[in-house]
Design a protein around this ligand. Structure first.
Ligand code: DUC
Ligand code: ZN
Ligand code: ZN
Length: 466
C-alpha cells in the first residue's frame, strides 16, 4: 500500500475551508485530520508533502476541451498528449473532451476515433462528450447506447450551417431522446443561419478584419438561440446546459429560465471574463488570436458574467480550449475573417485566472473550487470521485501557492500553440504540485507525469438536476 501525507495546508473545497492534513492511500483520499493530529491517529506515510502556507485543493475539472479537433480545414494544435500535460501544469486533473460525429457517420465511428486519438496519450484522466452533427433515426438510437456506456452528454450546434448545425426539429428530437435516456444536451447557442447572412454582407462590403467576427456574431443572436434552446428543452422535458455563454442578453435568458425553476445551466469561459472586443480589434491581424465562438464581447458584458457566477445563474467555468497557432492556422483567415479557425488556448490557465478572480474580489475561494472543480464534476457525472477532497475520492489534489507571482506568456506556457491570449498578464497564485490519483504529475514545478497515466472515465448522468 502506498501512502502519502499532505501536511500543514488549508484544504479548500466547494463546501469547506479546513486546516487539515490529508492522508492518501492507493490513489484515493483515505482521511482528513486536523493539523498535528496525524501522529495521534498513527498515520505513517512513505511520502510527505509539506503544504504549510499553501492551499490544498481538488484538481480542476475542465468540462470543455477540444484536443486534435477538426475545424475549418485544420486541427486544433494540442494533441491529447500535449494538451493534458499542459492541463496538469495548470492544476487541472480531469478533462471532458468532445468526440465528433462527422456528418454521414455513426456516433460510434466518431467515438472510436476519439479513443484512438487519446488512448495511452493522456497525463491526466479524461472523459468524452459527443458532438452530434447528424441527428437521424440511427444516431438517436445510438444516444441510448452511449449513455449506457458513460458518454452521457451531447453537444448540438445552432451555428455552423452545413457542418455541425442541427435544425429545430433535430434539436427537439435529440432533446426528447435525452429526456428519456438521462443524457444532458449541451448547446452551442447562436443563430447560425442569421449569422451567415451577416458574414456574407460584411465580406461583400470589404469588412474582412478579425474584429468583424465579433460584429456579425451578435449578442442578440446568441440570446435568441439561447431563448429558443430553452423553450425546446421545456417542450421536450429535458435539462439543458448552454456552453460558452458570453453575452449579457443570453445570460438574462438563462436567469429567467432558472427563475422558473427549470433545469437550465450555463457555462462561461475565462476568455469572456478577462478579454473583450478590444482584443479582437488589435491591429495587423493580431485580433485573429482572439477569434472564437461565441465571440468575445465588449468589456461591459464581463460584470454581468461575474454576477451570474456569483448568483449561480452560471454554474461552471470551462476553457473551451481549442488552440490554433497564429502562424499557418489563424493566418488561413487573412483577408476573410470567416476563414479564421474558431478557438483559443486556455486549458493551462483556468485555475490561475479564477484564483486571480478570488484575489480581485469577484468570487470567494470556495466558489472558485465550486465552479472549477465540484460543479463540473457533478454536472458531468463524476462526483465525488472527482471535484472534491473527501474520503473515497480520487486523490487528484493540487498544492497551490496563493502568494507566488507569475506572468503568463508563450515563453513559459506548455500548450502547443505559438501565442498566449494572456501575454504579460500578472497572476497572484501558482500551482506547485499536482497529484493525479495520488501520483505526482507536477512536483515542485517539475513535470513528473507521463503520457498514458491518464485513464478514460466512463461517466454517470448529470448529478446537478434540481
Ligand atoms: N464551439 C466550441 O465550443 N468550440 C470550438 C468552436 C465552437 O464554435
Ligand atoms: Zn461551441
Ligand atoms: Zn468548444
Amino acid at each position: 500500500m502506498t501512502r502519502t501525507l499532505i501536511r500543514g495546508g488549508l484544504v479548500v473545497t466547494a463546501a469547506d475551508e479546513t486546516h487539515a492534513d490529508v492522508l492518501i492511500e492507493d490513489g484515493r483520499v483515505a482521511a482528513l485530520a486536523a493539523h498535528g493530529s496525524a501522529c495521534a491517529e498513527g498515520w505513517s506515510a512513505e511520502r510527505t508533502i509539506d503544504a504549510t502556507g499553501k492551499y490544498v485543493i481538488p484538481g480542476g475539472v475542465d468540462g470543455h476541451t477540444h484536443m486534435d479537433f477538426p475545424f475549418g480545414g485544420t486541427f486544433s494544435s494540442d494533441t491529447f498528449e500535449t494538451g493534458t500535460r499542459a492541463a496538469a501544469w495548470g492544476g487541472t486533473t480531469t478533462i471532458v473532451d468532445f468526440a465528433v460525429q462527422t456528418k454521414g457517420q455513426a456516433l460510434r465511428e466518431g467515438l472510436d476515433l476519439w479513443h484512438a486519438k487519446s488512448d495511452a496519450q493522456c497525463a491526466i484522466d479524461y472523459g468524452f462528450h459527443m458532438i452530434l452533427s447528424d441527428v437521424n433515426e440511427h444516431t438517436l438510437k445510438e444516444m441510448d447506447l452511449l449513455v449506457a456506456e458513460g458518454i452521457t452528454s451531447f453537444k448540438l450546434f445552432m451555428a455552423y450551417p452545413g457542418v455541425f448545425y442541427s435544425d429545430d426539429g433535430q434539436i427537439l428530437r435529440a432533446m426528447q431522446r435525452a429526456a428519456a435516456n438521462g443524457g444532458l444536451i449541451m448547446m452551442h447557442a447562436e443563430n447560425g443561419i442569421a449569422i451567415d447572412v451577416l458574414v456574407e454582407q460584411a465580406l461583400a462590403a470589404g469588412r474582412t478584419d478579425p474584429r468583424y467576427h465579433g460584429e456579425v456574431r451578435k449578442a442578440l443572436l446568441e440570446a435568441e438561440a439561447t431563448h429558443r434552446a430553452i423553450q425546446l428543452a421545456r417542450v421536450a422535458g429535458a435539462p439543458l446546459y448552454v456552453v460558452h455563454v458570453s453575452a449579457e442578453e443570453a445570460l438574462a435568458e438563462l436567469t429567467a429560465a432558472r427563475d422558473l425553476g427549470l433545469n437550465v445551466f450555463g457555462e462561461t469561459c475565462p476568455q469572456y471574463l478577462f478579454l473583450s472586443t478590444d482584443n479582437l480589434a488589435e491591429p495587423d491581424f493580431e485580433g485573429a488570436k482572439y477569434v472564437c465562438s461565441t465571440p468575445l464581447r465588449p468589456r461591459e458584458h464581463q460584470s454581468a458574467l461575474w454576477r451570474g457566477l456569483r448568483t449561480n445563474d452560471l454554474q461552471v467555468v470551462s476553457t473551451d480550449h481549442c488552440p490554433f497557432c497564429f502562424s499557418g492556422q489563424k493566418e488561413l483567415g487573412r483577408g476573410d475573417f470567416s476563414k479564421i479557425p474558431n478557438g483559443m488556448p486556455g486549458v493551462e490557465h483556468r485555475m490561475d485566472l479564477l484564483h486571480q478572480a478570488v484575489v480581485d474580489g469577484h468570487i470567494s475561494r470556495r466558489r472558485w473550487i465550486e465552479i472549477a472543480c465540484a460543479t463540473p464534476a457533478r454536472m458531468f457525472g463524476l462526483y465525488p470521485r472527482k471535484g472534491t477532497i473527501a474520503p473515497g475520492a480520487d486523490a487528484d489534489i493540487v498544492i497551490y501557492d496563493p502568494h507566488a507571482e507569475q506572468v503568463l506568456s508563450v515563453e513559459t506556457h506548455h500548450m502547443n500553440v505559438d501565442y498566449s491570449a494572456y501575454e504579460g498578464k500578472r497572476i497572484t497564485g501558482r500551482v506547485e504540485t499536482v497529484l493525479s490519483r495520488g501520483e505526482p504529475v507536477i512536483e515542485s514545478r517539475e513535470f513528473t507525469g507521463r503520457a498514458g497515466h491518464g485513464q478514460y472515465l466512463p461517466r454517470g448522468t448529470c448529478q446537478y438536476l434540481i
